[in-house]
Design a protein around this ligand. Structure first.
Ligand SMILES: Cc1ncc(COP(=O)(O)O)c(C=O)c1O
Length: 455
C-alpha cells in the first residue's frame, strides 16, 4: 500500500493554498453546472485502490467548485465564521499529529494545550475560574453536555442517580426556555430524555429577549435555558437578573452563547452580557465568531463534580477525578479540538479578539444602514452582528433572497421573525470588509431593481 509522501502533502498544500487564494473570486454558492459535475463522485466501489494524487486531484477539481464559499468574505448565512489562517495551519499540524486527545496518557501535548486554553477562555470571557471546559463538536453538543450536568446535579440532590438508573420513575425536572429558544437546545433536551415539548415557554420582547416579568417561580428542580445572542436578532436575555432569582431558589441556569458569549471579550459589547458569570453553565462555539475551522464547540461548567458525574465512565464519586478530557465530554476518542481555539486566542490576544468582535458589529451597523437607505426594513434592533430584513411583502422578500442567491456575489438565507418572512444576515467572518458589504449592497440593489422591472 502506498504511504503518504512529501509530494502528496505538497500537492494537498498547493491545492488548499490556491483554493483559499481564490475563494473570494468564486460564486458564494456553487453554480448548477458545478453541482451537476459532482455526479463524477458517483463511481462504483473501486475494486483496486487509486493513486493518492489522483484522489486529491478529483477532490479539488470536482469538489472545490462545489463548495459553499463560507470561508470567503461575502457569506452572511446562518451564523458562520471563516477560519483565521493561523487556525488552518494549527489544524493541519494537529491532523498530522493525529492525537487521541482524550487524556494526558493518549496525548500529553493535546492535554496540556487544552488545559492552558481553558484557563485563557475563563479569563477572557471572565467566567468563574473554578469552571471546567470541554471541547466538543459544536454548540449543540456543548448544550447537551451542560444540561446533562444540570440533570445530574438536580436529581442527585433528590437522591436519584440518573446515570445508573435512568429517568423512568425519576423526580420531575422543570425546564424553562424562551419562545425564541434555539432549536438545538430543544434537540439537546430531547436527547437527554427531558422532552422538547415538556418545557415551559416564556414570551420574549420585540427584540427576542426573554421577558423577565413572565418567568415562573423557580425552585431547586428547575433548569432555566437562557440565550446570549438570539440567532436572528443577536438579543441577550436578562441573564444576570435570572441568575439572581435562580441562586435564591437553587435552580440551574444555562447560557446558550453559541456566538454571543464572545461579546464578553469586547469592551464595547460586554455590557450586553453582564451578569452572565453568575450562571452555572455556558455554551460557546469556536467555529462561529472565533473563526476556527469546523468543527469546534466549547462547554463550560462551574460545577466540576456535576459535569464529571454526568460524563465520566468511571464510577462517579468513587474514583479520584482524573482531569482527563474524556471525563467531561460525551466523546471518548476525539481530535485535539482545543488546539484550534488555542491558536486563535494566541494569534488574536485580548486586543485582537476585542477588535474582531467590535469590528464585525460595526460592519453590521453599516450593512443595516445601507439596507434601510435602499428601502428595505430592518426588523431588529441591531445590537450585535445579526440583522433581520424584509421587503414590502413576503413574496417580494422571497424573490429577493432567490435573486441574490442566484447572482452569487453574496449569500444569505430566509428566516421568520416574529411572524414575518424575512432574511437574516450574520457578520461573523474575520474576512468581511466594508468593501464586501458595499459589493453585497450593490448586488441586493440590482436584484431589487430587476424584480421591480419584472412586475
Ligand atoms: C444561539 C445558537 N445556539 C446554538 C446553535 C447551534 O450551533 P452548532 O451548529 O454549533 O451546534 C446556533 C447556531 O447557529 C446558535 O446560533
Amino acid at each position: 500500500m502506498k504511504t503518504m509522501s512529501r509530494e502528496l502533502l505538497h500537492n494537498a498544500y498547493e491545492r488548499s493554498e490556491r483554493y483559499l487564494a481564490e475563494v473570494d473570486n468564486q460564486r458564494v454558492f456553487p453554480s448548477n453546472s458545478d453541482l451537476m459535475a459532482m455526479n463524477r463522485f458517483e463511481e462504483p466501489f473501486p475494486e483496486k485502490g487509486h493513486d493518492p494524487n489522483d484522489i486529491l486531484k478529483q477532490l479539488d477539481e470536482v469538489g472545490s467548485p462545489a463548495t459553499v464559499a463560507s470561508t470567503g468574505s461575502r457569506y452572511f448565512g446562518f451564523v458562520v465564521g471563516g477560519s483565521l489562517p493561523v487556525t488552518v495551519g494549527a489544524n493541519w499540524m494537529a491532523t498530522a499529529w493525529d492525537q487521541v486527545a482524550s487524556s494526558a496518557v493518549t496525548s500529553p501535548v493535546a492535554d496540556k494545550i487544552e488545559k492552558v486554553t481553558s484557563g485563557w477562555l475563563l479569563e477572557v470571557l471572565d467566567l468563574p475560574r473554578e469552571s471546567v471546559v470541554g471541547y466538543v463538536t459544536g454548540a449543540t453538543m456543548a448544550t447537551f453536555t451542560a444540561l446533562a450536568a444540570a440533570r445530574h446535579k438536580i436529581l442527585k440532590k433528590k437522591g436519584w442517580n440518573v446515570e445508573e438508573d435512568g429517568l423512568f420513575g425519576a423526580p420531575e425536572i422543570k425546564v424553562i426556555v424562551s419562545d425564541e429558544v434555539h432549536v438545538t437546545v430543544l434537540k439537546a433536551l430531547s436527547m437527554l430524555g427531558l422532552g422538547k415539548s415538556r418545557v415551559i415557554e416564556v414570551p420574549t420582547d420585540a427584540n427576542g429577549a426573554l421577558d423577565i416579568r413572565k418567568v415562573p417561580v423557580l425552585d431547586d428542580s428547575t433548569i432555566v435555558c437562557t440565550q446570549a445572542g438570539n440567532v436572528n436578532s443577536g438579543a441577550f436575555d436578562p441573564i444576570g437578573e435570572i441568575c439572581n432569582r435562580a441562586q435564591a431558589a437553587n435552580a440551574w441556569v444555562h447560557v446558550d452563547g453559541a456566538f454571543g458569549l464572545w461579546a464578553r471579550s469586547a469592551s464595547s459589547k460586554a455590557y450586553l452580557a453582564e451578569g452572565i458569570e453568575k450562571a452555572d453553565s455556558w455554551t460557546a462555539d469556536g467555529h462561529k465568531w472565533l473563526n476556527t475551522p469546523y468543527d469546534g464547540g466549547i462547554v463550560i461548567c462551574r460545577d466540576e463534580d456535576a459535569l464529571y458525574g454526568a460524563m465520566s465512565v468511571s464510577a462517579a464519586y468513587l474514583k479520584e477525578k482524573s482531569g482527563a478530557s474524556q471525563s467531561y465530554i460525551p466523546e471518548f476518542s476525539k481530535r485535539a479540538r482545543g488546539i484550534d481555539v488555542w491558536a486563535a486566542l494566541k494569534f488574536l490576544g485580548r486586543d485582537g479578539l476585542d477588535d474582531l468582535i467590535t469590528s464585525r458589529c460595526d460592519l453590521a451597523q453599516h450593512f443595516a444602514k445601507g439596507l434601510e437607505a435602499m428601502g428595505l426594513n430592518v426588523l431588529n434592533h441591531v445590537v450585535l452582528n445579526q440583522i433581520v430584513v424584509s421587503w414590502d411583502s413576503a413574496e417580494k422578500t422571497g424573490a429577493l433572497i432567490k435573486a441574490v442567491q442566484e447572482d452569487g456575489t453574496c449569500w444569505f438565507g430566509p428566516t421568520v421573525w416574529k411572524g414575518h418572512n424575512a432574511f437574516r444576515l450574520s457578520v461573523s467572518s474575520w474576512k468581511i470588509t466594508q468593501r464586501d458589504i458595499d459589493l453585497s449592497l450593490k448586488a441586493i440593489e440590482n436584484a431589487m431593481k430587476e424584480i421591480q422591472t419584472q412586475k
